[in-house]
Design a protein around this ligand. Structure first.
Ligand code: AMP
Length: 403
């Protein structure tokens, strides 16, 4: 605790850190908190899992008071990350509670409008924040701290203009903190136009390489799923994340894992927000142990206790590989990243190996049972039974073909 105190963190935040049983500050906390508490603008190169939330929370909680309007705004790329950051802020402000609200799309706007009336700290995604700005249901005149969390991902997701529009609504007299796994050109550009003499800090790696074992199996395309089932059943694991490159594969893999008796849930951007929240709740609570996801859905999710990350598809963008494996071997724990590849993945794996400093060892493919993948039942969509199923001309053609 002494080491957290030395960073200058307030007593009431220290008490909540003590409750969280954190023993010592993480690297990014050590490097950034003194600057943040001194009121500087900071660019922090750090990914999910580095402990960045507490770093900016320390600043927000020191500078915000209850009942003085929205004094801090945190922009996040995804709804899940907004929820996660809001929960962390609530936890760290336990001994001096504030009105903290998460604001994102895909859910009703009215409860948010009500919550915003008494909010001191807002955490939200750019789209819904802009919506509130347009409705005049959010006021940023009192904002003292602006945080751009996972800025590179916000830009990747096409929120650059939205983010800039929101920044322009905040007072120029403010502290701006930017967190980003990679310091891209866009990040630098934004910092030049919207930050004051920013100081840059970064941490070298997302995970402890000594604690992370990375392997790959090379199998025929039709054997990938069977090998995944075999490994999930035979590896000694806690929580597991299985990454796919498409929504379709995500659904297919999760559904077929359930057919094979494995408690798996899919999460991807195509699911309604309510469903995404349910899936995350059940995964966080350990009720379901295998989360099958796309990169977009997994962005910024902080899940403790992930022992295994499987790449069912090797990511098309090699830096995603680093984001994926960063889900495990965190906070001193051990982890395994297992790549199941077939011919289609060779190019992607070559790029991963070429562009990143990673050590992935080939494993001998074990003997395993073949599992047949079931395709979903095809639904006949006929909303209006009186309407012909096909247009008349097409009907004629179809008959002709039948004869
Ligand atoms: P973040 O990078 O903020 O998403 O944090 C990743 C995880 O690390 C969260 O579950 C935090 O509760 C945890 N964490 C943050 N700071 C520390 C610390 N100093 N020691 C141990 N765990 C921490």
């Amino acid at each position: 605790m002494e080491s957290f105190k030395n960073l200058g963190i307030n007593e009431f935040v220290l008490k909540s850190i003590n409750d969280s049983k954190f023993e010592s500050p993480s690297e990014i906390q050590e490097k950034s908190i003194p600057l943040i508490l001194a009121g500087k603008d900071v660019i922090a190169g750090s990914a999910t899992g580095s402990g960045k939330t507490l770093a900016f929370a320390a600043g927000i909680l020191q500078n915000s008071e209850k009942g003085k309007g929205i004094q801090a705004l945190v922009l996040t790329p995804t709804r899940e990350l907004a929820e996660q950051v809001a929960s962390a802020l609530i936890k760290f402000s336990k001994y001096r509670p504030l009105g903290i609200i998460a604001v994102y799309g895909g859910v009703g706007i009215n409860p948010q409008i009500k919550g915003l009336k008494t909010a001191d700290v807002v955490v939200g995604t750019p789209g819904r924040i802009l919506d509130h700005i347009q409705r005049s249901t959010i006021k940023f005149g009192n904002v003292k701290t602006l945080v751009l969390d996972e800025a590179d991902r916000m830009f990747d997701m096409g929120f650059k203009d939205d983010v800039e529009r929101i920044i322009r609504k905040c007072p120029t007299e403010r502290q701006t903190l930017l967190f980003s796994a990679t310091i891209t050109k866009d990040v630098v550009r934004l910092s030049r136009s919207h930050m004051k003499k920013p100081l840059q800090v970064s941490v070298d790696s997302y995970v402890d390489p000594k604690k992370l074992i990375q392997t790959y199996y090379d199998v025929g395309d039709e054997m990938k799923f069977s090998l995944l089932v075999h490994l999930l059943k035979h590896e000694n694991s806690d929580l597991v994340m299985v990454f796919c490159n498409t929504k379709r594969n995500t659904d297919k893999v999760a559904r077929n894992l359930r057919f094979s008796g494995i408690d798996a849930q899919a999460i991807h951007g195509g699911l309604p927000q309510g469903k995404r929240n349910d899936v995350m709740r059940s995964f966080h609570s350990g009720k379901s142990c295998v989360l099958v996801c796309t990169d977009v859905a997994a962005r910024g999710l902080d899940i403790e206790g992930v022992s295994h990350v499987y790449n069912y598809d090797i990511p098309r963008e090699s830096k995603q590989y680093i984001h994926r494996i960063g889900r495990t071997a965190r906070a001193g724990a051990e982890g395994k990243a297992i790549n199941i590849l077939s011919r289609n993945d060779y190019d992607n794996l070559s790029a991963v190996l070429k562009e990143n400093d990673v050590d992935i060892k080939e494993e001998t493919v074990p003997a395993f049972e073949r599992v047949v993948i079931r395709q979903p039942e095809r639904k006949m969509n006929r909303p209006d039974r009186n309407k012909p199923f096909v247009k008349k001309g097409q009907q004629r053609n179809r008959r002709r073909r039948l004869y």
